[in-house]
Design a protein around this ligand. Sequence first.
Ligand code: R5P
Length: 293
Amino acid sequence: MIIIGCSRGKHIAGRIAKKLKKPYSEFKVKRFPDGEIYVRFMKNVKGKDVVLVQSFYGYVNDCVMEAIFAAETAKDLGAKSVTLVAPYFAYLRQDSRFNAGECISIKVVGNLFSKYFNKIIIIDPHLHRQGDLSNLFSIKTEKLTSNPHIAAYIKKNIKNPLIVGPDWESYKWAQRVAEKLNYPFVILNKKRLSGRRVKITINKKINIKNKNIVFVDDIVSTGHTILEAAKKLRKFGAKKFICIAVHGIFVENALEKLRKANIKVLTTNTIPTKVSKIDVSALVAESLKNRNQ
Ligand code: R5P
């Protein structure tokens, strides 16, 4: 096995390789002046089980192209198998035709990646209407969750937490983490009005006396979900907020806006940022190790 760090995966790929004591190499990517990319393997992959590590954030479409170029090249160079490890995998939120004529992006990426890889491993994929990765991909799939790492962080660092999921979809993280720790939790209601606007409602009494509010969710993108949820909870007297997310996409100065609203934010390192404090490389290493046995 050889672990290859693609341009948006090298922050975690090296750690995975080290934990597995397997060879590691970075995938070389250059951009031409016209925007096309050039890619190259720097180590021999012939006859090997190649594990490509790529997160999909920032210039998401470039990340997609790079992963596909890498997979096809690995096969062309004689790799025995090609697995994609996607600490954060994109295009999963558009999982339905919400308006006439829309592309159901989740289906397209599922079909596309199934053509190029033998297996895909994703950390905390945003799956709701589609249920399971096996409904999307026709290749082997594996879903990992960072919940045990998030739970361990809360247990070690936060006193008297009230775990809050900002919308019903967040129960997979907020409720599961709370249940694991046997801590109180509440799940709020959210209506998305647009890409940047959400409405949060709370229709029951919440006891937040002496509690540290800990939001737990899979994604923070614009930050509006968490900002709105905190605004509502302030009406119940909440003062201190911590937000723990798996994937910190943080577009449009989200981190800054959350800080200004006195919300301390931290995430796992599926996407590297200055607040990605919870290392989840062990999750992937464990999964790849088991495969090898
Ligand atoms: C949606 O269901 C996700 O779990 C997040 O709540 C959402 O993506 C957060 O987006 P934003 O930070 O832009 O409100």
